[in-house]
Design a protein around this ligand. Structure first.
Ligand code: IDP
Ligand code: MG
Length: 160
């Protein structure tokens, strides 16, 4: 099945900088559909669960601090190969080397060295699921069943 649902988070650095519109615009203009969206001020427990694969790494505590420092926008997106396409739109993890035209390449330029001089984590505006399994897991952490719209007009599926 190529039709996928994925999870993205505009992290607190993106929300504080007023980038919600800029970020969502890029997914929408690529034809991805917003199926659920909400602002969430998460607690440490939820942030740790979300990033559990990184537990034990040196940047983990500062990553949890970032996620609990203010509201994030949680979004569920759907489209053909949505997981891969959204990560392409986001760009590489390190904004310093992320390609121009990607969210991370266009809205910040932080490198790993600079992140060490500051909080310890890279501020890169957005998160996106990296596999079908992580999408299911992360959507379950951030959303309830009732948060989703049932379905979009299927006409759109002919265009994307
Ligand atoms: P991703 O967000 O591109 O999937 P991951 O490796 O899953 O990247 O890392 C999760 C988040 O942790 C990154 O988006 C970034 O904010 C932070 N991070 C990852 N690696 C490092 C690092 O080496 N130093 C500082 N922060 C990092
Ligand atoms: Mg990741």
């Amino acid at each position: 099945m190529t039709w996928e649902r994925t999870f993205i988070l505009v992290k607190p650095d993106g929300v504080k900088r007023g980038l919600i519109g800029e970020v969502l615009k890029r997914y929408e203009r690529a034809g991805l559909q917003v199926m659920a969206a909400k602002l969430v001020s998460c607690h440490a427990e939820q942030a740790e669960k979300h990033y559990e694969e990184h537990k034990g790494k040196d940047f983990f505590p500062s990553l949890v601090d970032l996620l609990t420092s203010g509201p994030s926008l949680a979004v569920a997106l759907e489209g053909a190969n949505a997981i891969e396409v959204v990560r392409k739109i986001n760009g590489d993890t390190e904004p310093r080397t992320a390609a121009p035209g990607t969210i991370r390449g266009d809205f910040t330029h932080m490198g790993y060295g600079r992140s060490k001089e500051l909080s310890g984590t890279i501020y890169n505006v957005v998160h996106a699921s990296d596999s079908k399994e992580s999408a299911v897991r992360e959507l379950d952490i951030w959303f309830d069943k009732k948060d989703f719209v049932d379905s979009y007009d299927t006409i759109l599926k002919g265009f994307v």
